[in-house]
Ligand binder design. Structure first.
Ligand SMILES: Nc1ncnc2c1ncn2[C@@H]1O[C@H](COP(=O)(O)OP(=O)(O)OP(=O)(O)O)[C@@H](O)[C@H]1O
Ligand SMILES: [Mg+2]
Length: 170
């Protein structure tokens, strides 16, 4: 059965990096796989949405429905979305179906994410240039019972993939 691996965590926690690494690993094993990345969605399918509470929900609703369609077609999905609100993650689980939904919480601290600052966004958020920035001016609700959770700080990408090994053999 094709599944959705749903990576959630703060900006800079490593979602895109690990999603791409996971996808490469799955493809090398002959698994049909698609990465659904929050940034890419915002450039296309969700380009009309803001970062308001309602629009973030709509963003997740669309991502979850695309994931469900892909899963139904036999494609494994690796989703890399901050998905900061519990209710929205619960909605994603309901749309995709609990049997196919595996949430992985990257519990990397705000301090580490801010130090990494891969896109330079934290500086802009701190100076008020980006309103409603998760972790700074908007909140992040950790998933209550994720399938897996770990900190990407002081861990290599390869070590993180090992932690997700179960998901590579579903
Ligand atoms: N073990 C690790 N896993 C993932 N990323 C890591 C790890 N160690 C260091 N990094 C670095 O942390 C940064 C994570 O950035 P990445 O773009 O993947 O975050 P993100 O969660 O997708 O952020 P955003 O929500 O802004 O898209 C990268 O620069 C990556 O090289
Ligand atoms: Mg990303």
């Amino acid at each position: 059965m094709a599944i959705t691996i749903w990576l959630t965590g703060l900006s800079g926690s490593g979602k895109s990096t690990l999603a791409n690494a996971l996808s490469e690993r799955l493809k090398s094993r002959g698994v049909l796989c698609c990465v659904i990345d929050g940034d890419e969605l915002r450039r296309g399918l969700c380009a009309d949405l803001s970062y308001s509470r309602e629009d973030r929900q709509e963003d997740i609703r669309r991502a979850a429905n695309v994931s469900q369609l892909l899963n139904a077609a036999g494609v494994t999905v690796v989703a890399a979305l901050i998905s900061p609100y519990r209710d929205d993650c619960a909605m994603a689980r309901a749309i995709i179906g609990s049997a196919a939904f595996f949430d992985v919480y990257l519990e990397t601290s705000l301090q580490v994410c801010e130090q990494r600052n891969p896109k330079g966004l934290y500086r802009q958020a701190r100076s008020g240039l980006i309103p409603k920035f998760t972790g700074i001016s908007d909140h992040y609700e950790p998933p209550p019972h994720p399938y897996l959770q770990f900190d990407t700080h002081s861990r290599s990408v390869a070590e993180c993939l090992t932690l997700m090994q179960d998901l590579l053999t579903q």
